[in-house]
Write a protein that binds this ligand. Structure first.
Ligand code: SF4
Length: 428
């Protein structure tokens, strides 16, 4: 297939595919699916071998967000029966992080709901970063606190943060239909602030929100231009109690095509399979390891993932290996470019390996990469109380979503009831 040969050659050269080529990947048939996976897999192996980086989410502050991101179970007006709690203390967060590191995670992602942090919030997250770094040698810490104000990225960097996550989520053209309380430009601005402060930028997307293939290509092309070091690809988890609860638009096959397209457009960056992989890829998850070089271990912010041991078994059974702290994730040409990412649109870098940054656009987060915001005025409560207030398990005896409809796999959506913010052990 000429298209795939061309895309492999471009990926090995870090050359940008055309918009038409990226769209053509999404338009391939199921008969061509394994050819698409094999081609994008060649690009993945060229830059990252068979290594899989594990990341571990710690939800520092859950629910009660004043923003209105339609995809998010923590949004303003959400009736999803998720855990709701205010800031974890540094020792609580450090304990949760240590469980992830013990399970094989190389990066800990500290996420808080809300529009963006206050300076006081940055102080408390700084203390948390210090506690995690003290207790876990060599661990990378990424903060995901929402929209940043002047000077906050620098303060997080000084506290020891390695990276900052803020997703673009969807195309600039459709952003207004997903969120009205902040703009696409706000998100781009925060990613740039993180890069300017020397933080490694992490910015990605959410697929399955009713967008077109053209929107998906547009957001991935914008990410390449924005040049993050890591690109999380989330698949919408349609929570009951949110505006997108009925949006079951993805098939496992199309999820693989989306991941392949992202790999071709961002060949040499950490492409991370993120929220929704169990729900939408289901038994095809192992094939995705041929496309991505990074996944989350265990649970997400407000929903449960498969058991951490199942993640490790899947990686081993598929012939991949968990990346250790002694290995640098990014290829050599990217390592000295703090804040650099997919590579500029032209695909070229200068001899020093510095990226030229273009304009671009980021998901807020929280699914799983969380958004940020100011306190909603909630009072601290202990984990047990938080779990109780989140509601009782569903009628089937678990925490599954009610109201399944044809095509929907609500049976696979399980509200998180363990780990951070509860008295129960984390899944790692
Ligand atoms: S994605 Fe972040 S900012 Fe948006 S509603 Fe969720 S927690 Fe709030």
């Amino acid at each position: 297939m000429d298209l795939l040969n061309t895309l492999v050659e471009k990926g090995l050269r870090r050359e940008l595919p055309t918009r038409e080529e990226a769209l053509a990947v999404l338009a391939t048939s199921d008969d061509e699916l394994l050819d698409v996976v094999a081609a994008a897999g060649r690009v993945r192996r060229h830059w990252f071998g068979r290594r899989v980086k594990l990341n571990y989410l710690v939800n520092l502050k859950s629910g009660l967000c004043p923003e209105d991101c339609n995809y998010c179970s923590q949004r303003l007006g959400s009736t999803a029966e998720i855990l709701k709690y205010t800031w974890l203390k540094p020792d609580e967060a450090s304990k949760a992080a240590a469980a992830g590191v013990a399970g094989g995670a190389k990066r800990v992602c500290l996420v808080a709901s809300g529009r963006g942090p206050t300076d006081r919030d940055v102080d408390r997250v700084s203390r948390t970063i210090e506690a995690i770094k003290e207790g876990n040698e060599g661990v990378e810490v990424c903060a995901c606190l929402g929209l940043l104000s002047a000077g906050q990225a620098e303060r997080l960097r000084e506290a020891g943060a390695d990276a900052y996550n803020h997703n673009l989520n969807t195309s600039e053209a459709t952003y207004g239909a997903i969120t009205t309380t902040h703009t696409y430009a706000d998100r781009v601005d925060t990613v740039r602030q993180a890069q300017a402060a020397g933080l490694s930028a992490c910015s990605g997307l959410i697929a399955g929100m009713g967008e077109s293939d053209a929107d998906l290509v547009d957001v991935v092309l914008s990410l390449r231009e924005l040049d993050p070091d890591s690109v999380p690809v989330n698949f919408l988890i349609p929570f009951e109690g949110t505006p997108l609860a009925k949006e079951w638009n993805l098939t496992p096959q199309h999820c693989l095509r989306i991941l392949a397209m992202t790999r071709f457009v961002c060949p040499d960056v950490e492409v991370r399979l993120s929220g929704g992989r169990e729900v939408h890829l289901r038994t095809l998850q192992p094939l995705a390891l041929h496309l991505v070089n990074s996944i989350f271990l265990g649970d997400y912010l407000t929903s449960e993932g498969q058991a951490g041991q199942a993640d490790l078994d899947m990686i081993a059974d598929a012939g991949f290996e968990v990346e250790g702290t002694e290995t640098t994730t990014l290829p050599a040409h990217r390592r000295d470019t703090a804040g650099g990412g997919c590579g500029p649109v032209c695909g070229a870098r200068d001899d020093e390996g510095t990226a030229s940054h273009g304009t671009g656009g980021h998901p807020g987060g929280c699914s799983p990469c969380g958004g940020t915001g100011r306190d909603g005025g909630e009072e601290p409560r202990d984990g047990a109380e938080a779990a109780r207030s989140a509601g009782a398990p569903g009628q089937d005896g678990g925490n599954h979503m009610p109201g399944a409809r044809p095509g929907a796999r609500t049976d696979l959506v399980t509200v998180r009831r363990r780990g951070a913010g509860t008295d129960l052990a984390p899944n790692a």
